[in-house]
Design a protein around this ligand. Structure first.
Ligand code: SPD
Length: 344
C-alpha cells in the first residue's frame, strides 16, 4: 500500500510538472496593446496559459532581454527598428514559417522590408502613427495644425509628451526639417536644444496611461499614439487626432521569439492564433491600431476602415516617415532625453 501511495505521489508530481511546462506561454508586450478577451480566447481554445506582462518602451524590453536572454519570455513585440537591432545582436530566433500557416494573411506590402528581409525574425502585429492630440472644447479645430504650434508660450504647463525617446526627438527633428531617423549628432543636439525650449509647456511625460489622461481631460493638448487616441476618442469625442503638417512618424510593432524562449511551440501557436483573421480584426478594432492582416481588414466595418485616426488617407500618409534603427546613435538620443526629463 505504501509503495502504491509513493508511486501515485511521484506520478502526480511528474504529470503536473510536465503539464505545467507544456501549457504556458510567456508574453511580454506593450501596455494596452492586446484585449483581455483575446488572451482568454486563446487559453480556452488551446488549454495553454498565457503569462502576460507589459512594458512601456522598446528600450525597457530590450534592456531586460539584453541583461538576461533567459528572462523567460516566449513572445515579445518590438518595433521594426528594434527588430533590426535585436536580430543583428542574435537576440531573436529564426522563425519556422511552416508553423505559422496564417502568415499568408499578412499584407505583402508590409513584409520583406530592410529591417528584416524575408521576415525571418519578425511577424507584423499592428502599425500606427504618432501625432498631435487636442481636445476641441479647449482648442478650436484648425488652431493647432503643426508640431511647431506646441512651442507656443500660451501653452505653458499644458502638454503631454510621449515618454518615448525616438518619438519626442522625431517631433523636434521634423520641426527642424531633419529626418526622424537622423543619425547626425549635430542635428540631434539641435533637436535637444529645441526640446529644451518646449519644456516650460510640458506638464508630463507619459506613455502608459495616455488615453485616460486625455479622456479625463487632465491634459487637453499634446502628442499621442493612434490606438490610445482612438480609444480616448471613443470615450470622449472631444479628443481629436491631428496629423501635423510638417510630417509624422509611422511605426510598426512585430511578434518575435527571443533566443532564450522556453516554450517555443506555444509561442508559435500564440503567434499563429494572433494572425487568424477574426482574432487580428478583433485586436485592431478594440485597440485602435491599423492591422497588417489583409484577411482581417475584410472582416472590418467601413466605419473602422475609414476612421481617420487609424487609417489616414493616402495624401496624409505621404507625410509619414517610417521609423528605422539609428544604431549606436540611440545612446545619444537617450542621454539627451534623460537630460531633458531632469529639467522638466
Ligand atoms: N500602447 C501601445 C503602444 C505601442 C507603440 N508602438 C510604437 C512605438 C514606436 N516608437
Amino acid at each position: 500500500m505504501k509503495k502504491f501511495l509513493l508511486f501515485f505521489i511521484l506520478y502526480s508530481i511528474f504529470l503536473s510538472v510536465s503539464v505545467q511546462a507544456g501549457e504556458i506561454v510567456n508574453v511580454y508586450n506593450w501596455s494596452n496593446y492586446m484585449p483581455d478577451d483575446v488572451i482568454q480566447q486563446f487559453e480556452k481554445e488551446t488549454g495553454i496559459n498565457v503569462n502576460y506582462t507589459t512594458y512601456d518602451s522598446n528600450e525597457t524590453m530590450y534592456a531586460k532581454l539584453k541583461a538576461d536572454p533567459d528572462a523567460g519570455y516566449d513572445v515579445v513585440v518590438p518595433s521594426t527598428y528594434f527588430i533590426d537591432r535585436m536580430r543583428q545582436q542574435n537576440m531573436l530566433q529564426k522563425l519556422d514559417k511552416t508553423k505559422l500557416p496564417n502568415f499568408k494573411n499578412l499584407n505583402p506590402d508590409l513584409l520583406n522590408k530592410s529591417y528584416d528581409l524575408h521576415n525571418n525574425y519578425s511577424i507584423p502585429y499592428l502599425w500606427g502613427t504618432s501625432a498631435i492630440v487636442i481636445n476641441d472644447k479647449y482648442f478650436a479645430k484648425g488652431a493647432v495644425t503643426s508640431w511647431a504650434d506646441l512651442w507656443n508660450s500660451r501653452l505653458r504647463d499644458q502638454l503631454l509628451l510621449l515618454d518615448d525617446t525616438r518619438e519626442v526627438f522625431s517631433m523636434a527633428l521634423i520641426v527642424l526639417g531633419y529626418s526622424a531617423n537622423d543619425t547626425n549628432p549635430d542635428h540631434i543636439k539641435q533637436a535637444y536644444e529645441k526640446l529644451k525650449q518646449i519644456l516650460p509647456n510640458v506638464k508630463l511625460f507619459n506613455d502608459e496611461a495616455v488615453q485616460n489622461i486625455y479622456i479625463d481631460e487632465d491634459v487637453t493638448i499634446g502628442m499621442g499614439w493612434t490606438g490610445d487616441i482612438f480609444q480616448a476618442n471613443q470615450e470622449n469625442s472631444h479628443v481629436q487626432y491631428v496629423y501635423p503638417k510638417e510630417g509624422f512618424v509611422i511605426s510598426m510593432d512585430n511578434l518575435a521569439i527571443p533566443v532564450g524562449a522556453q516554450h517555443v511551440e506555444n509561442a508559435y501557436k500564440f503567434i499563429n492564433f494572433l494572425l487568424r483573421p477574426d482574432v487580428a480584426a478583433k485586436i485592431s478594432m478594440e485597440i485602435g491600431y491599423a492591422s497588417p492582416n489583409l484577411a482581417a481588414l475584410k472582416l472590418m466595418p467601413a466605419e473602422i476602415l475609414h476612421n481617420q485616426i487609424i487609417y489616414p488617407d493616402s495624401v496624409t500618409l505621404r507625410r509619414g516617415q517610417f521609423q528605422t534603427d539609428v544604431g549606436s546613435t540611440d545612446r545619444i538620443y537617450e542621454k539627451y532625453l534623460e537630460l531633458l526629463k531632469m529639467g522638466a
